[in-house]
Write a protein that binds this ligand. Structure first.
Ligand code: 5AD
Ligand code: SF4
Length: 430
């Protein structure tokens, strides 16, 4: 989401004649787009701002802060960081060109407008990066209020985009050479929940019919909103890739209740089993938090048990981090940081062995790969992703970039696969 917000801002600024650079020393305008989901991201932000303050003093530049930390600190950010020139909350990024314009005239600019504002959703960056895959925002915000999570407070309530706008944007992207779209939303599968526009599965069906689009993905899904109709799509829509990110957060029902997640582990396991019945090769990844207040060793063992049983292709696991505004910040029985990190290390080590096992199971299989770029590791190798979202490196040439090729997997590693090209493909493999 944050990466895509940056693309939107870059697109808005390029229409005002500015070029994007990653090099702070050559930039006239620096925008720090922020995330406050965990404390670590916030700490990194403040140390980065310390460094940027010195650069600004040395060479002079327009410095702006956008995103979730800006929203969280909206009443204080101008005073806390007196050297910044503008700041925008996530719902105000469509005003970035205006903000830079004001700031260039030494007129500080701040906007943390109403979270229900849809203008930021409507910015369409097109195919500015001349790539073959891109993100499309279809909804924003979250109504779930998981007890640990700051997102509903900084990104606001759920707002879905009109399906006709989404379809038009994707049709346009296909004419610009995009082959793969990832539909984005904090709670993507509750798209238009309770609204009178089409449902999420109906939207997927519509996108599946767009010529030129070969692959569809979506993130992030809430297990409770994973309907049977949506599960069915994995069997019936040929462009919907066989991969889903389905955070479970904890393997203990007691902790899930404290987290206000709205499902039990039995319900979660049932959904995983339905997904695999409908689509045997589906790759499942998830998020999980350890060290939530009150998490006992037994609760943690239940998380390890779920990970053992489901055998996720990949897992993003985090130590619980108390967040401002959230209900969990006031819960008793804090787990010590040492204990949380010890559990996290155990979990990550175990998951690493499972991911390796999943990747090794691919050896000898043929997979469709969308070729993305040259590999960073070798001049002769190209890199791309399978429909199951696994990175594959293989011998090839740069004229393959943007095409779909059939690759035989010859080796599975912990973070990637090694393959050998068979032939170009148009059809569906695993
Ligand atoms: N502490 C730790 N992890 C968190 N996440 C969200 N809030 C917190 C928090 N307070 C994790 C969840 C979520 C992912 C994006 O970040 O696992 O799915
Ligand atoms: Fe946060 Fe996701 Fe829960 Fe929404 S569903 S509150 S974004 S963890």
């Amino acid at each position: 989401m944050n990466e895509h917000d940056m693309e939107k801002m870059a697109c808005l600024l390029s229409s005002k004649g500015m070029d994007r650079t990653q090099d702070v020393n050559s930039a006239d305008v620096v925008i720090v787009n922020t995330c406050c989901i965990r404390e670590k991201a916030e700490q990194k932000f403040y140390s980065l701002m310390g460094r940027l303050k010195k650069i600004k003093r040395r060479k002079g530049l327009v410095l702006g802060v956008t995103g979730c930390i800006a929203q969280q600190e909206k009443d204080a950010i101008g005073e806390k960081l007196p050297f910044i020139d503008f700041s925008l909350g996530p719902s105000s990024i469509h005003r970035v060109a205006e903000a830079v314009d004001h700031a260039s005239r030494k007129d500080r600019f701040f906007d943390f407008s109403d979270n229900g504002c849809t203008a930021s959703l409507l910015v369409e960056p097109g195919n500015a990066n001349k790539k073959f895959k891109t993100y499309v925002t279809i909804m924003k915000g979250c109504n779930n209020f998981c007890s640990y999570c700051i997102v509903p407070y900084v990104r606001g309530r759920e707002v879905s985009r009109e399906s006709s706008d989404i379809m038009r944007e994707i049709e346009n992207l296909s004419t610009l050479g995009i082959k793969e779209v990832t539909l984005l939303g904090q709670n993507v599968n509750s798209y238009n929940k309770g609204g009178d526009d089409i449902s999420f599965p109906e939207l997927l069906k519509g996108i599946n019919a767009i010529n030129g689009i070969e692959r569809i993905r979506f993130v992030t899904s809430h297990p409770r909103d994973l309907s049977n109709e949506l599960i069915e799509c994995f069997g019936s829509l040929n462009k919907l890739c066989e991969s889903i990110h389905l955070p479970f957060q904890s393997g203990s029902d007691r902790v899930l209740k404290l987290m206000n997640r709205g499902y039990t582990t039995e319900e979660y396991r049932k959904k995983v089993s339905l997904l695999r019945q409908r689509c045997a090769d589906i790759a499942i990844t998830a998020d999980c938090i350890v060290g939530f207040p009150g998490e006992s060793e037994d609760d943690f063992e239940l998380t390890m048990g779920l990970v053992n049983d489901v055998r996720f292709d990949g897992l993003f696991s985090f130590a619980y981090s108390p967040r401002k505004f959230t209900a969990a910040a006031n819960l008793p029985d804090e787990v010590s940081r040492e204990m949380a990190f010890e559990r996290l290390t155990r979990l990550q080590k175990y998951q690493k062995s499972i991911t390796l096992e999943c990747n090794k199971a691919m050896e000898g299989k043929v997979a469709e790969v969308l070729v993305e770029d040259r590999s960073k590791h070798s001049r002769e190798e190209m890199t791309g992703r399978t429909r199951t979202n696994k990175i594959v490196n293989f011998q090839g040439s740069s004229d393959m970039i943007g095409s779909l090729v059939e690759v035989e997997i010859v080796k599975g590693y912990a973070n990637s696969l090694k393959g050998e090209v068979r032939k170009p493909t148009g059809g569906r493999t695993c």
